[in-house]
Design a binder for this molecule. Structure first.
Ligand SMILES: [Zn+2]
Length: 257
């Protein structure tokens, strides 16, 4: 499957985030695990990274494609929403809603709705409201014909994800569940390292390795912490607004005492 062509099949899981490399950091291991289990995964980046201190939007496009490959993600697209100015406006909601209809995800992963970076928390609300719009039968919404957000003729059928979950890694809040990524940790790390323009030390004569060591330590510390909460080595944190539904008390994971 080419990175931008979906064919007739829907995605099982779509992860949406403001910036290229956000998804790798917040839920890359979970996406890799899903792909390894045969599920169809995708990533929607709202911006193209043109405001980044290091590297150009073109550099980041190449890096994002490399990272997607490492995570086994078959579909990835970046919208043309301005970097550093992700706004929850009608025009942007329509762009995201069109992607929801086009990719038809069963599960949508959004960023958590609070945080330091306005793009991150705005992406959360924007994503949620776009899902609502995407399900309105009377809203005409055509497919996006390219990365620049122009609609082609013909409306896509309405669709809403069955489940919306929030990746909470960027915010200090207790997750409602974690995903065990012990076997996917190295892959997650490799997908983050794919963003060499962001993480390599660009100053002439500087060694790359200290930067890499620091990233590994940081990513590992977070994954360890959430792993500990779930009784596993490494995990990624998520929050769902709904309660958990249990069929069998004997099958509930995570030891209490
Ligand atoms: Zn970000």
């Amino acid at each position: 499957m080419s990175p931008n062509k979906l064919g007739a099949q829907a995605l099982d899981i779509l992860a949406l985030a403001a910036h290229r490399d956000d998804v790798e950091q917040t839920c890359g291991g979970t996406l890799l695990k899903a792909a390894q289990n045969g599920q169809r995964t995708g990533i929607l980046d709202l911006t193209q990274g043109e405001m980044g201190t290091r590297g150009t939007a073109e550099d980041r496009a190449k890096e994002a494609a490399d990272a997607a490959k490492i995570l086994g993600v078959g579909w990835r697209r970046a919208l043309d929403i301005p970097d550093g100015r992700v706004e929850n406006i009608w025009e942007n909601r329509l762009k995201v809603a069109a992607v929801i209809r086009e990719t038809k995800p069963r599960v949508l992963i959004l960023p958590y709705w609070k945080g330091r970076h306005p793009d991150h928390y705005t992406a959360s609300i924007l994503g949620y409201e776009a899902c609502f719009l995407a399900g309105l039968a009377k809203l005409e919404l055509g497919p996006q014909n390219s990365d620049v957000g122009q609609s082609t003729s013909g409306s896509l059928p309405p669709h809403r994800p069955f489940k919306i979950i929030y990746a909470t890694l960027y915010y200090d809040i207790r997750p409602t569940f974690v995903v065990d990524i012990s076997d996917q940790f190295e892959g997650k790390l490799a997908s983050i390292m794919a963003y060499t323009s962001q993480f390599s030390d660009q100053e002439a004569g500087k060694d790359l390795f200290p930067a890499h060591d620091e990233i590994r330590a940081r990513v590992s510390a977070m994954a360890c912490f959430y792993g500990m909460l779930g009784g596993v080595t490494y995990a990624e944190p998520f929050l769902q607004k709904e309660v958990g539904l249990v069929e069998d008390l004997l099958a509930i994971p995570v030891k209490s005492i």
